[in-house]
Design a protein around this ligand. Structure first.
Ligand SMILES: Cc1ncc(COP(=O)(O)O)c(C=O)c1O
Length: 387
């Protein structure tokens, strides 16, 4: 264990809660400016006395299944639970290996580790996503599943990953936490493997007022297993057929998410338009590398990420100029303290490591104005001109 202790109940010091940059990543008070409408829907919930799963969660699951064109959707407590429960339901556990990316949020890897399986990393490509050739090279007789992450809302090369999985008889659990409403060759990320996992944590493209998540699957068997796992393994009030968890999607959060779901196409379109503008405006700035876009993939830009020369200096400059530039994320997973026992070292995944050293995320949410986007571009230009 590290000597560093977590900040109990509060955000880590890296988030300065008093700082309110003019051009901010956080837009939640704007997004929920109509919170009184949500209060009215919550009042209906109280009057209906329907607090645990029930009609609201059912309605939410059906609405998401329609959006994703998935056979089943199961609401759970968080994106992390979605990943963990999917792996458990597919039989992943001690002695198994699951291949994933070192360039992700910690939860992807934590979900593998907490099943008792061993996370095995493979390097990424220029699209920030798992490189299929690197996956193939990481397969051993103990490999049980592949866990691709659709980073920033850009779907991985799922044809190639699916083909590898079929050839080696592996399960595929998609971390689609960034990718709601995206598309891959006309299909939805999160419906391209055995299970697709989504988060509704605040600032996700579809979010709620705390924690929430869901799993999409086209398998009846997996659906039935997940419905049991999320609710104590109960088939009736008094009968339990397997030891499960309490990871139901909170009904209050389902009310909030259903409210926002009405705006998901608008949210997606705005983010895409802002990203298109930034792609074009940043393209000729020496020092910035915008990732090549694939016409067969509709990205949804949960975050807008570019690679930058002198990244840390640029981030400081933008923050000084009131622009909330963030790093998602500076430390790859194989170099985290939690990964110590896995035996990796610096240099093992050079592309993921170089990405962690060079990426910067710029605000692209639906409330960004043209003037704010122009300011971002102008300040980045000024930085590289040596202003
Ligand atoms: C890529 C990725 N996977 C998983 C998660 C976990 O989701 P949650 O916070 O809902 O547990 C996140 C959340 O931030 C994420 O960014």
């Amino acid at each position: 264990m590290t000597a560093k202790r977590p900040p109990h109940n509060f955000l880590p010091a890296e988030y300065d809660r008093t700082a309110q940059p003019r051009i901010n990543h956080n837009y939640l008070s704007q997004q929920f400016a109509d919170y009184r409408d949500i209060f009215e829907k919550l009042a209906e919930l109280v009057e209906a006395n329907d607090f645990t799963l029930g009609r609201t969660v059912d309605r939410f699951e059906r609405a998401i299944a329609a959006l994703l064109r998935a056979k089943h959707v199961i609401g759970v407590g968080s994106g992390t639970d979605a990943l963990f429960l999917s792996l458990k339901a597919l039989g992943v556990g001690p002695g198994d290996e699951v291949i994933t990316t070192p360039y992700t949020f910690h939860s992807t890897v934590g979900a593998i580790g907490t099943t008792g399986a061993r996370p095995v990393f493979a390097d990424i490509g220029d699209d920030y996503n798992l490189d299929p050739a690197a996956i193939e090279a990481a397969i051993t007789p103990r490999t049980r599943a592949i866990l691709p992450v659709h980073w920033s809302g850009r779907c991985c090369d799922m044809d190639a990953i699916g083909e590898i999985a079929r050839r080696h008889d592996l399960r595929v659990v998609e971390d689609a936490c960034h990718a709601i409403n995206g598309s891959y060759k006309g299909r939805r990320p999160g419906t391209l493997g055995d299970a697709g996992c989504f988060s509704m944590h605040p600032l996700k493209n579809l979010n709620c007022w705390g924690d929430g998540g869901f799993i999409a699957t086209n398998s009846d068997e997996l659906h039935d297993h997940l419905v049991l796992l999320r609710n104590h393994g109960l088939v009736s009030r008094d009968e339990c057929v397997l030891w499960g968890f309490n990871s139901r999607l909170d009904t209050v959060q389902a009310v909030v998410a259903l409210h926002l779901l009405e705006r998901i196409d608008h949210i997606t379109e705005r983010r895409q338009a802002h990203a298109r503008y930034l792609d074009a405006a940043l393209a000729d700035i020496e020092g910035i590398t915008v990732p090549a876009r694939d016409p067969e993939i509709e990205e949804v830009f949960h975050i807008y990420v570019v690679r930058c020369e002198r990244r840390d200096a640029l981030q400081r400059y933008l923050i000084e100029h009131d622009i909330d530039a963030k790093i998602h994320y500076p430390i790859p997973m194989h170099l985290q303290v939690a990964a110590k026992g896995l035996g990796y070292k610096e240099g093992d995944f050079p592309r993921a490591e170089a990405t962690c050293r060079s990426v910067l995320s710029l605000p692209v949410h639906e409330f960004m104005t043209q003037a704010q986007l122009d300011t971002i571009v102008a300040e980045i230009r000024a930085f590289y001109r040596g202003a």
